[in-house]
Design a protein around this ligand. Structure first.
Ligand code: NAD
Length: 499
């Protein structure tokens, strides 16, 4: 059985905690590897080495650090297929989708090539008589990232790129469900010129996470995952005096106005609802048609499109629209929630419960589901399902649709489909959600903007990637400097204006 360890001080090392977790092939249901789960002692030792390595890395000039990012871009492109294969085989997503996962992470590394510009700081000449004032952006020291299973390349790259380019050492604790790609990325960082110890990849579960939260050397923690864990990490990390940002779960609504292009809306919903088996924090999981005529027209278009979806293993190449979900437990949870939808009175218009794939009967495949007549009190509306299940909530007016989305506890992404600029503009201005699509179903911002939700989809301040990431991974220091020039003032006992 393949054993997966950690990446420590520039090399793959086996774990020594004696604890491991199974890594599955989600398409067959087989255990394909065992991943080591780090102990607190292993985590603390890796952090101590990282702190040592950070001293020289932090003092390396920003342009040299940016060159490592530049080389990393080349190497990731070189190994794109190899990385995507490893990613698909552990996560289950299709090969093109795995490449997309890597590509969206790569774009943040490209953005990090411009880090010297973002780290420049500020300078005021002659802030007072003979006095200059300047602000420095310095690395926080050792930072850590705790990442989810659903984007095993993109989110580790979103975290490590800005942290490293800003001069920090970085401890990455990826998801134990698909740990191989982060280790491959660490090896590419070394090949790109990153000094040993500056990036440590520690595999593990709650024990490793708690060790990160309690480690005194770690100054900043970026987390992405489900909301209950986000809330826990934010609370414990902040209580320990760290800078913490946590991105949590989602329930993204797409509002379809009566004037929308219905075919465009139906195509968008199928891609955004069922792509990656619905395992995206930016997936659309709630369709909100305005008016019964709109709802009927939409459902009529959705059914044949959904029934045509091809579900299968990533090895089937471009013939597959989406693959299995990540674990048997994830599949069971999705089917449990679907059953609550039926029991609580929603209308299951497309029923994927009996889906089975010949030759892959033990794989974690879930057929597509479409619900109509869902109401806000139902479990399938309230909870994130994270599977190929789309719920339709019928509304009778734009205001009712807007209020519905605003009242939901999550606020990651949302979209409106309309031909009316006035409505679209009003929606973008009033909705309490972080990322908005106008006739765009999955509005993931590009690397040079920032990514983040509102409400229970986020805990803490500042977004991911873009300029915010450099603010998060740096600390400001402001220097007031006067070089002796013969001015004699005596002692000053009060604050006073410099001029
Ligand atoms: P998860 O919360 O189960 O795990 C995320 C990380 O936390 C993993 O590294 C895991 O090892 C660790 N973890 C799990 N349980 C823990 C515990 N009890 N104590 C300490 N650490 C623990 O999330 P997941 O299932 O891997 O990912 C899916 C979730 O992530 C979904 O809710 C999805 O919406 C969310 N997500 C959010 C964003 C965003 O930017 N808002 C992006 C991607 C995914």
């Amino acid at each position: 059985m393949k054993q997966i360890g950690h990446w420590i001080n520039g090399a793959l090392v086996a774990g020594n905690s004696g604890r491991t977790a199974d890594v599955f092939n989600p398409a067959t249901g087989e255990v394909q590897a065992k991943v080591a789960l780090a102990s607190k002692a292993e985590l603390d030792a890796a952090v101590a080495d990282a702190a040592e390595a950070q001293i020289k890395w932090g003092a390396t000039n920003p342009q040299r650090r940016a060159r490592v990012m530049m080389e990393l871009v080349r190497l990731i492109n070189r190994d794109m297929d190899k990385l995507a294969e490893a990613l698909s085989s552990e996560h289950g997503k299709t090969f093109p989708d795995a490449k997309g996962d890597i590509q969206r992470g790569l774009e943040v590394i490209e953005f990090c090539i411009g880090a010297p510009h973002l780290l420049k700081g500020e300078f005021t000449d002659s802030a007072g008589p003979g006095i200059d004032m300047y602000s420095l952006r310095q690395p926080v020291g050792v930072a850590a990232g705790i990442t989810p299973f659903n984007f095993p390349a993109m989110i580790p790259l979103w975290k490590m790129g800005p942290a490293l380019a800003a001069g920090n050492a970085f401890i990455l604790k990826p998801s134990e469900r698909d740990p191989s790609v982060p280790l491959m990325l660490a090896a590419l960082c070394k090949e790109a010129g990153l000094p040993d110890g500056v990036l440590q990849v520690i595999n593990g579960d709650k024990e490793a996470v708690d060790a990160i939260l309690d480690n005194d050397t770690i100054q900043a923690i970026g987390f992405v995952g489900s909301t209950p864990i986000a809330q826990y990490i934010y609370g414990r990390g902040c209580a320990n005096g760290k800078r913490v940002q946590c991105f949590g779960g989602a329930k993204n609504h797409m509002i379809i106005m009566p004037d929308a292009d219905m075919d465009l809306a139906a195509d968008a919903l199928v891609g955004a609802g069922y792509g990656a088996a619905g395992e995206r924090c930016m997936a659309i999981s709630v369709a909100v048609p305005v008016g019964d005529k709109t709802a009927d027209a939409l459902i009529e278009r959705l059914i044949p499109r959904i029934e045509k979806l091809k579900v299968g293993p990533w090895t089937a190449g471009n013939d597959v629209d989406y693959g299995p979900v990540v674990t048997a437990a994830a599949k069971a949870n999705i089917l449990r929630l679907v059953q609550t939808g039926v029991d609580q009175g929603a209308k299951l218009v497309v029923d994927g419960r009996d889906f089975s794939l010949q030759g892959y009967e033990d794989g974690f495949f879930v057929g597509p589901h479409l619900f109509d007549n869902v109401t806000p009190d139902m479990d399938i509306y309230k909870h994130e399902i994270f599977g190929p299940v789309l719920s339709t909530v019928r509304t009778q007016s734009y205001e009712e649709a807007l209020k519905l989305a605003m009242d939901h506890e999550y606020g990651n992404g949302t979209a409106i489909f309309t031909r009316d600029g006035d409505t679209a503009r009003d929606f973008a201005n009033r909705i309490n959600v972080g990322m908005i699509g106008i006739n765009v179903p999955i509005p993931v911002p590009l690397a040079y903007h920032t990514f983040g939700g509102w409400k229970k989809s986020v805990f803490g301040d500042l977004n991911q990637h873009g300029p915010d990431a450099f603010r998060f991974y740096t600390r400001t220091k402001t220097v007031t400097a006067r070089w002796p020039s013969g001015i004699k003032e005596g002692s000053a006992f009060n604050f006073k204006a410099m001029d």
